[in-house]
Design a protein around this ligand. Structure first.
Ligand SMILES: *Cc1c(COP(=O)(O)O)cnc(C)c1O
Length: 367
């Protein structure tokens, strides 16, 4: 049996070429490995046109490790973070501030309602103690897109600093560091770049990072130290995720060959459209209106039928070769289907066909 396609928020399906890049064992002192790291960081910076303004600081671990490291390193201990929330990942930002002992306040909108620049303007006027704003670009718990460029301008106008969790959008949705001001933008190897999971990276504003010495509460999470050590030695501080770096390097070569960000965006947009069209034909409604739906992951209302059970549905669709994802909403029963990873529109149509067959088998759907 061939491996199922992962239609999830990550880990994602990767190409055979990316997986093959992991068949070599690298030494962390090896010059060639250190060149690989340097090349990865350079290519990542180029995606946001950030070479003149930001450093790329890679960090071992999953994406959340890098988010925690960015907040811990860049928010001074006497700073205050305004956390913008419309889903589970936004809540996680607030939880990180709480655990790290950084003062914070939250602003929460409904899960189908983007935060607006007007909201942020009002909130910053109301509380001058705020030093940093933290935002999720694409809130993966629903697939909603928040208006990053407008919010970034307002934060800058107020002279405040922005921290962006762009984990599920980086590489697929355009973000230009020359036009969108931010202190930190965080993403990871295993999402839209189609590498394997295991490392995150933070694009940190050069001046903000230079001023961040001693902020961090943690040795391993200190991006200032991670960056200065890497600049001095060319090596990672502590054991690097060598195979993950090699896979990401290979994934980035394929990203460029495909046509870079515009091509990646177009493939995911066409995946998303194929999915929405196919599911609409089955009578399955998506949770978000199309104008705020990012082409990353789609939340669908579960069929209103007592015979529908997610676990059963999931297992049957998996047996046909596709891994779906549970919903993450508290109020309504939903499930999610990702549009990202090494998959094209034909793959998405095959997934919809499998879903249709399963719902017929479960007698939830009569076609
Ligand atoms: C995937 C993701 C993360 C990181 O999650 P991990 O499980 O730590 O990799 C953070 N924020 C968003 C928006 C994500 O989609």
């Amino acid at each position: 049996m061939t491996a199922p396609l992962l239609l999830t928020p990550g880990p994602l399906t990767t190409s055979a070429r990316t997986r093959q890049a992991m068949l070599v064992d690298w030494g962390s002192w090896d010059d060639r490995f250190n060149q690989l790291t340097a090349s990865v960081c350079e290519q990542l910076l180029a995606i946001i046109d950030g070479a003149g303004s930001h450093h790329c600081v890679p960090l071992q671990g999953s994406g959340t490790f890098a988010v925690e490291a960015a907040i811990g390193t860049l928010v001074p201990r006497d700073g205050k973070v305004l956390v913008l929330i419309n889903g589970a990942y936004g809540k996680r930002l607030a939880r990180i501030c709480e655990v790290l002992g950084r003062d914070f306040s939250t602003f929460e909108t409904a899960e189908d309602e983007p935060t607006t620049a007007t909201d942020v303007d009002r909130l910053l006027h109301a509380d001058p103690a705020i030093t940093h704003v933290a935002l999720i670009h694409c809130e993966t718990s629903t697939g909603i897109l928040n208006p990053l460029p407008a919010i970034a301008q307002v934060v800058k106008t107020h002279g405040k600093r922005l921290i962006i969790d762009a984990m599920s959008s980086f590489g697929a949705l355009p973000i230009d560091a020359r036009e969108v001001p931010f202190d930190a933008l965080i993403a990871a190897s295993g999402k839209c770049l189609e590498g394997v999971p295991g490392m995150g990276f933070v694009f940190a504003d050069r001046q903000a990072l230079a001023a961040a010495q001693g902020n961090c509460h943690s040795l391993a999470m200190d991006l200032f130290d991670q960056h200065s050590y890497m600049t001095r030695t060319g090596q990672w501080r502590f054991t690097p995720p060598t195979h993950v770096v090699a896979a990401l390097h290979e994934a980035l070569l394929q990203y460029q060959e495909e046509g870079g960000l515009p091509a990646r965006h177009e493939r995911y947009a066409s995946n998303c459209q194929a999915l929405l069209d196919g599911m609409a034909e089955l009578g399955l409604r998506s949770f978000l209106p199309v104008d705020i739906q990012a082409p990353i992951i789609v939340t669908f209302h579960a069929p209103q039928d007592p015979r529908y059970r997610f676990k059963d549905f999931y297992e049957r669709v998996k047996a046909k070769g596709f891994i779906l994802y549970p919903g993450k909403l508290t109020q309504v029963e939903t499930f999610r289907v990702g549009c990202i990873g090494h998959v094209d529109a034909a793959g998405m149509r095959a997934a919809v066909k499998a879903i249709a067959e399963v719902l017929q088998e479960m007698e939830v759907l009569e076609i």
